[in-house]
Design a protein. Structure first.
Length: 249
């Protein structure tokens, strides 16, 4: 047997996180993208071993090619959870990543994983003591559910984004909301200590979209998309139920 030394460059790695807690999702997932070969490592990350148009990058270990330019290759990733704990979603990969070790701390660095948040299915367990928003999204005037809607929760006082969720095929959404304290200072004329926080719940829908949603794209375009919203009071350990009707063609 003759030993053979092989050097190959990977193109990046995707790390899936629980959208509510930020914890790594370690259970196996089904990850697909056209022409991409994946290798799941021991940490549960999905390493991009090859991708269309980047064959030369894989073989050029010491000096990666200058073309195509960084981030110019756009690939749509789809992830599904066979266990049903998380809803399927898409995410846009932009390759190649920056291979310069001096830029290792930058978000687009080859040496940093691409973080993709996974949103819980409506039947998922919620962390004890958290505020929870359960919503249903349907087409106005009908009972037809709206799948793939992004439900966004933000604090009303300053607009800070607190949590998001996706609607499933039945139009049902689960949004566990972290950071709602048991008591908080109240700056208004009421009691000095309050047990509720006012939040704005928004529903963002792209009428032209179909199939598996990309929540990052919906978030980026939310001001241009169809939005329904309401202001509600959340409290730690309390579950709030809301219904939204969206005017869709």
């Amino acid at each position: 047997m003759i030993p053979e030394h092989v050097d190959r460059r990977v193109l990046g790695a995707v790390r899936f996180l629980d959208a509510s807690t930020g914890v790594d999702v370690r259970e196996p997932l089904t990850v697909t993208a056209p022409g991409v070969r994946w290798i799941r490592n021991r940490a549960g990350w999905y390493v991009i071993a090859s991708a269309p148009g980047l064959d030369a990058h894989v073989d050029a270990f010491l000096t990666p090619p200058a073309a195509p330019p960084l981030g110019s290759v756009v690939i749509a990733l789809t992830v599904r959870d066979p266990g049903g704990r998380y809803l399927p979603r898409q995410h846009t990969l932009r390759l190649p990543r920056d291979p310069d070790p001096l830029h290792a701390a930058a978000p687009g660095s080859l040496f940093r994983p691409i973080d993709v948040a996974l949103f819980p299915a409506p039947a998922a367990r919620t962390p004890s003591g958290w505020a929870v928003v359960r919503a249903s999204v349907a087409i106005v005037g009908t009972a037809a559910p709206v799948a793939g809607a992004l439900v966004r929760v933000a604090r009303s006082s300053d607009g800070q984004h607190l949590a998001s969720g996706l609607s499933d095929a039945r139009g049902e959404v689960l949004v566990p909301v972290p950071g709602i304290p048991l008591t908080t200072s109240d700056e208004g004329p009421g009691p000095v200590v309050a047990t509720e926080v006012e939040v704005t719940v928004e529903v963002i829908v792209d009428p032209a979209a179909g199939g598996v949603p990309d929540p990052d794209d919906l978030e980026a375009r939310r001001l241009a998309l169809r939005v329904a919203s309401t202001n509600v009071m959340l409290a730690a350990g309390r579950e709030l139920v809301a219904s939204f009707s969206i005017p869709l063609p």
